[in-house]
Design a protein around this ligand. Sequence first.
Ligand SMILES: [Zn+2]
Length: 119
Amino acid sequence: MTYRDQLLTCSKCGRKFVFRVEEQRNMADKGLEIEPPTLCPECRRQEIMGPGLHSGVIKWFNAEKHFGFIEQSDGSDIFFHHTAVAPEDLPKIAERVAVWYEVESSDRGPQAINVHVRE
Ligand SMILES: [Zn+2]
């Protein structure tokens, strides 16, 4: 059997995503039938982790001042404090690192909480 990258459309957000050869091989290796997923990787992750989860990238982080900003998928920035980051992920927080987070409103406006590095 030969595998080929397939360009699919997410049934939830409508974004195009690639069903990669490696994923297809993985399924085959596990003895699963190769069925194209209906959701993009991001929506699949949200299904698992709950609807309140967002993805973004670290715009900058000042370790001395203990805070930084995440660039959200819509292009706007959101504040985060280093206590919002999972302790095991804190050393990995740096510019352009992709993260998952939730949004909480505080008296100074929305801020990101439960920040995790995307693997
Ligand atoms: Zn999607």
